[in-house]
Design a protein around this ligand. Sequence first.
Ligand code: C2O
Ligand code: CU
Ligand code: CU
Length: 498
Amino acid sequence: MNITRRKAIQFAAIAGGSALLLPMAYQHISHAATTRSPQPEAFTVKLPIPPVLQPVRSDETTDYYEIVIRRNQAEILPGLLTEIWGYNGITPGPTIKQHQGRQSVVRFVNHVGASTSTHLHGMASLPQFDGYAEDLSSPGFYKDYIYPNNRAATFWYHDHAIDETAHHVYMGLAGMYIVQDDFELSLPLPKGKYDIPLIIDDKIFAHNGSLIFDDREHTSLMGDILLVNGAPLPRLEVANRKYRFRVLNGSVSRSYKLALSTGDDLIVIGTDGGLLEAPVRTKNLRLGMAERYELIIDFSKYPIGTQIVLQNLGLPNNTDFAGTSKIMRFDVVRNEPDNSLIPSKLRPFEALISPSARPTRRWTFEKRNDRWEINGNIWDRNRVDANPGLNDIEVWEIITNSRDWFHPVHIHLVHFQILERNGQPPLAYERGWKDVVYIGEDDNIKLVARFEPHQGKYMMHCHNTVHEDHAMMTQFEVGSGGVNPMSAPPRPLPATPL
Ligand code: C2O
Ligand code: CU
Ligand code: CU
């Protein structure tokens, strides 16, 4: 079956990618339940690096950016065109790089033909700029989002439209947003072109190249082709030195267990909320949807010519695994000096509370009555499920009562510390600031957060965005009298000058 498929793809490529010229056998196979997408040759496409977005203008305190959300055609599988939705027409969208303490104003102009709401995941934005799921921007409207950049970390912006998040993100509406501060820049870590984003996701392609959104009756979307930075199974040529990779799982429903084919350690230096206190070496790394981990890979030990595959070892309840066991390849192709170092101490970290602290609240994420529920409820914008005071420290227990599902749970506004996983300490690389916690099958997690710096309503949800849309999402309200998240609605074009 594989041979037939590969031949079919080569044929498609030779024929200029016209689906009409594909042999019938291929089209038949494309309907098989297990592997549906045309399979690209592994490690032939170069890893793309999303462009860094330049501000439209800057003043003393603020950089002003503009992003148009629109559809476009992309050649993702060689020889085939795919309609994507992209920030500035590309997926992933352009990377925004900021310095801590400067403010960003990002104007998102909606020309994508569907309603959107843009969320900067991980940023402590005011409620009206947080991409509240109901704060929809219609086609022909725009909204200027203000971001404080109060933390140095790897963030990402993505669509958050109510009921449609999974589809919109799947079509391509995601991009990286990096904030650095003087402290981090003063460390001798790899920088510049040796600091590379890796946005991993999975897709299903039809034989004509178009994306298939199949969420299996609102359970999960499991793609059989892995993309990194929008390219299928790409290859990156590296020098024999250290690199920093900012890894983001941009998938709708798939989680990954990363490992190097050489069996060497991944060196984790950062989590969702920025640098760890100290580097953590691990043979493999669990990466749930929306989680970010920053890794150092040291290629200096490999002779020129070495090829190292970034593998996915697979995790429970992720199907169609066969085609998704490889993610990308690093080819060591040249000598280069390396004056970077991995400091043994990174960013100082203080525990918010003792790990034995008693939970303030308990949240159960489970599937019941064919609904994805949190404490027996689905999303209702008129209901608030928790009301921590401003600056309160609360311990939240999150559980799932099932072996059949895992739920990466995301809390807006705050970064938290994981206290316990099933009564044990969290994984070594999770002992930093997080905004997503992987609730694995039958897991019971305890975390602690300080609810600041803003009052108001913020969402919490499963970041399997299929679950989120149907409608495993709730909201908490910090303090009282915070700004209404719907109070700065998008405005119709034409826009006033930025
Ligand atoms: Cu990354 Cu509420 O989302
Ligand atoms: Cu978020
Ligand atoms: Cu879930």
